[in-house]
Design a protein around this ligand. Structure first.
Ligand code: HH2
Length: 298
């Protein structure tokens, strides 16, 4: 058994996503994000946090200057630029890790790409800003196309679906076509069902359980469940005490072949995911699973 490999093109480089899942570390440079709002609003602290995420095992650092938590309002463009760009610039100078920018605004994406970002993580899938597709197309960067029902302000107002996985797969397929028509080849696209974006508690659980259906889109699959409210409801814990639930979702996503996991707690999730991958994939392929240290007899 193994993960279906997907090739991702990023600014002329080709990456094979398959042998192991990538970890995308969350770096919110916002005052109001649902779990880490205010912690990294100072650029120096944000850069230190980004470098720490890389040291813990992040393949990608996702820098965001606008919270998308349910009920949140848009941040003015100038303010989002002020939050995001210096952090991307400083990280670019200090790490070869991939950098992504979590934004729905073309001007923010353009400035972050100029500062050295590699991926645009657009939670609106190129819908909120008509200039976004062109910015991504010209840059050669990769793009995350995520499903969201409504906008962050309205998305949790009784979301309803007849066939949730079918509707989301059709949406993502349509957005891939829109991206292609705008000059973004599908080889640069990552898809994401958008856990928590216009979904009920039951919807989120069903999406995580049935996420493998999105492999039919033929693109790398990103999932973002880290510390989210559905885990809070299961565990009855605040956002910074949801690590065990986050790890459970990460391991089950790896088992279902997800390619990229967007998480806050990179170190613990990386250790859990590497162990899960060794059990699921490495030994089953006949490759050596003997990664133990000298003296490790159990
Ligand atoms: N979730 C959040 C933000 N961006 N991007 C993608 N592609 N997928 C996700 O699931 C996703 C995302 C929400 O988490 P967080 O960044 O921690 O919170 P906030 O939006 O409050 O800043």
């Amino acid at each position: 058994m193994n993960r279906e490999t997907r090739t991702l093109e990023i600014r002329g480089r080709r990456f094979d996503l398959g042998p192991r899942a990538w970890l995308m570390g969350v770096l919110n440079v916002t005052p109001d994000s649902f779990s880490d709002g205010g912690l990294y609003a100072d650029p120096g602290r944000a850069v230190d946090r980004g470098l720490a995420l890389v040291a813990e095992g992040a393949d990608v650092v996702d820098v965001g200057g606008e919270s998308t938590r349910p009920g949140s309002l848009p941040v003015p463009e100038a303010e989002e630029l002020r939050r995001v760009v210096p952090v991307v610039q400083a990280l670019r100078r200090q790490t070869p890790a991939l950098l992504s920018v979590d934004t729905t605004k073309a001007a923010v994406a353009r400035a972050a790409l100029d500062a050295g970002a590699d991926i645009v993580n657009d939670t609106s899938a190129l819908r909120f800003d008509p200039a976004m597709a062109g910015v991504v197309a010209r840059s050669g960067a990769a793009v995350v196309l995520m499903h969201m029902k409504g906008t962050p302000l309205t998305m949790q107002d009784a979301p309803a679906y007849d066939d949730i996985t079918g509707e989301i797969a059709a949406f993502l397929d349509d957005r891939i076509r829109v991206a292609e028509a705008a000059g973004i080849p599908r080889g640069r696209v990552i898809v994401d069902p958008g856990i928590g974006f216009g979904k009920s508690f039951e919807h989120n659980l069903e999406l995580l359980r049935r996420q493998a259906v999105f492999h039919a889109l033929g693109r790398p699959l990103l999932v973002g469940f880290s510390r989210k409210a559905f885990l809070g409801r299961i565990l009855d814990r605040p956002p910074d005490e949801r690590l065990e639930g986050t790890i459970a979702a990460a391991v089950l996503s790896v088992e279902r072949g997800a390619h990229i996991l967007r998480v806050h707690d990179v170190g613990p999730v990386a250790r859990a995911v590497r162990a899960a991958e060794a059990i699921l994939f490495v030994a089953a392929d006949g490759a050596s699973a003997d990664e133990g240290r000298a003296g490790d007899v159990r």
